[in-house]
Design a protein around this ligand. Structure first.
Ligand code: URP
Ligand code: ZN
Ligand code: ZN
Length: 505
């Protein structure tokens, strides 16, 4: 390579402090042809030959965020209601919040036998409609013979190496024997299985009990889903994966310390059990739902529900000690003030404050995830924040080191330039300042001390908070074919163990 003084670059970021999952150090970053090509001593590229030079003014520079749990343009599956963000609005919101890659779901509904059809339909929704790069997880609602056969070729041919299954929701819940069939196929094909662990039968029974006592308000959503119901399902999910010769699983959106403790125990036993948590379990509590008057609590209805303050503390500890591999938003937005397909679709004359069993489950959060967690450097090292929000999602979902890293010559130039860090800065989150198409944020009024100043996707500045806001366009985002997870060499370990053998029991 020519010396940096002679080389020409597309973009240089000077005077920044780079934060990766392992280091915090001042470097200038040079970008060419969509890649990071050089990290150089700080200030050394300030007058480089570059189409554009951004002065980070001492602010942190991090890999672009990866949000690996996002629901966009999905049909009603989580109660009565349709997600309010499509690919265009959801990914617009993503880049304004420093997210350069998302992994949303390609949902297969119960009445559909095919996964490939679900995948094709989701490609049609996303194509030319995404401001950021994206892959897909399959959401398996019907593990039919056809669906399981399609999984033989999907990882290699389609670049989809993860799927999600549910232990709850009438529209999606699988029986244990169906879960075992999915896990077996996933093990054979090196697919990571994401599991929504709540006991659907128990929560339906508790819901019937609450309704028999005429307790319909939004706040009873959390009463219908006590922590033990999550811990039981988590324990069962881990047991089922151990039956399938320890096939790797990821427990999604974990909220309960009991569930986290069971996950930690499995990890200590050497089982390939991973876990995700979300900002709603770090920044919201059950009180946010309980203290709302009337139907307002519906703004906080998601599953599992936010827990009490002690649980919140335990989940923070789990992020810090590595029980949680990733932090995702679980952006699953529904408009609040929408009686046709939003939260208010459950309001009737008979139930003027709604019926919690029909409130669509899910909250928005794609844009607020990184500002919230990045403002928590008093609770977590900056390296850990980058690890759980960018680097580990890239490793877990087969995108590393192209994504989630800052390796010259290798990594895409996906970066966030933050404002110079000042813990005294206070930015109040308001829905009016966000870029999704949803009419509220559950974080309204919470304060953060930083926000992405610039978001760079494959070398292009797609978000400039102070000069134009959204600068990217919705046809720039690319579909990413993914490889099997590279985290902890887990597939090598699984291979060494040999195939599932029922006669071994
Ligand atoms: O309440 C939630 N989490 N809604 C989204 C659907 C899901 O299970 O992730
Ligand atoms: Zn879920
Ligand atoms: Zn979800």
């Amino acid at each position: 390579m020519a010396s940096p003084a002679m080389e020409s670059f597309d973009l240089v970021i000077t005077n920044g402090v780079c934060v990766t999952a392992s280091d915090v150090a001042a470097f200038d970053v040079a970008i060419k042809d969509e890649k990071i090509v050089l990290l150089a001593p700080t200030g050394s590229l300030a007058s480089a030959n570059a189409t554009r030079i951004i002065d980070a003014e001492g602010g942190y520079v991090t890999p672009g965020g990866i949000d690996a749990h996002v629901h966009l343009q999905e049909p009603p599956m989580f109660g009565k209601g349709t997600t309010s963000d499509n690919f265009e609005s959801g990914t617009r919101s993503a880049i304004a919040g420093g997210v350069t890659t998302i992994v949303p779901f390609a949902p297969q509904q119960k009445h559909e036998p095919s996964l490939l059809k679900a995948l094709a339909e989701t490609h049609d929704k996303a194509r030319d409609n995404s401001y950021c790069d994206y892959g897909f997880h399959l959401l398996v609602g019907n593990p039919s013979e056809q669906a399981l056969a399609e999984l033989d070729t999907i990882p290699q041919e389609q670049g989809i190496t993860s799927l999600k299954i549910y232990m709850t929701y009438t529209a999606l819940q699988l029986r244990d024997d169906q879960i075992l069939s999915v896990l077996l196929k996933a093990r054979e094909k090196r697919i990571l299985t994401m599991i929504h662990a709540e006991n659907g039968d128990v929560l339906n029974w508790l819901t019937d009990q609450l309704e028999a006592r005429r307790l319909f308000d939004p706040k009873y959503h959390s009463h219908s889903r006590p922590p033990i119901l999550e811990a039981e399902a988590t324990n069962r999910a881990i047991a089922l994966s151990s039956i399938i010769a320890n096939t790797p699983i990821l427990l999604v959106h974990v909220s309960d310390p009991g569930a986290a403790a069971r996950i930690r125990q499995a990890q200590t036993n050497g089982q390939p059990v991973f876990a995700e948590t979300c900002p709603q379990y770090l920044f919201l509590t059950r009180d946010d739902l309980e203290s709302c008057s009337g139907f307002d609590g519906a703004k906080h209805v998601c599953s599992p529900p936010p827990r009490d303050r002690a649980s919140q503390d335990a989940i923070w500890t789990g992020v810090k000690n590595g029980t949680f591999t990733i932090l995702s938003s679980d952006h699953c937005p529904f408009n609040f003030d929408d009686a046709d397909s939003g939260k208010k679709a459950c309001i009737t004359e008979e139930h003027p404050v709604g019926r919690f069993r029909h409130i669509p489950n899910g909250i928005p959060g794609i844009e607020t995830r990184l500002p919230l967690i990045f403002s928590s450097s008093d609770r977590l090292p900056l390296t850990k924040i980058v690890e759980v929000s960018a680097t580990n999602p890239a490793k877990l979902y087969g995108l590393y080191p192209r994504k989630g890293a800052m390796i010259p010559g290798v990594s895409d130039a996906d970066l966030v330039v933050w404002y110079p860090h000042d813990t005294g800065r206070s930015i109040t989150i308001t829905n009016g300042a966000l870029h999704h198409a949803t009419d509220y944020t559950p974080y309204e009024g919470q304060t953060v001390n930083n926000w992405p100043r610039f978001t760079v996707l494959r070398g292009k500045v797609v978000w400039d908070k102070d000069n134009g806001g959204i600068l990217g366009d919705k046809s720039y985002g690319q579909f990413l074919k993914r490889l099997p997870t590279s985290l902890d060499g887990i597939w090598d370990t699984v291979d060494k163990q040999g195939p599932f053998d029922v006669s071994a029991f």
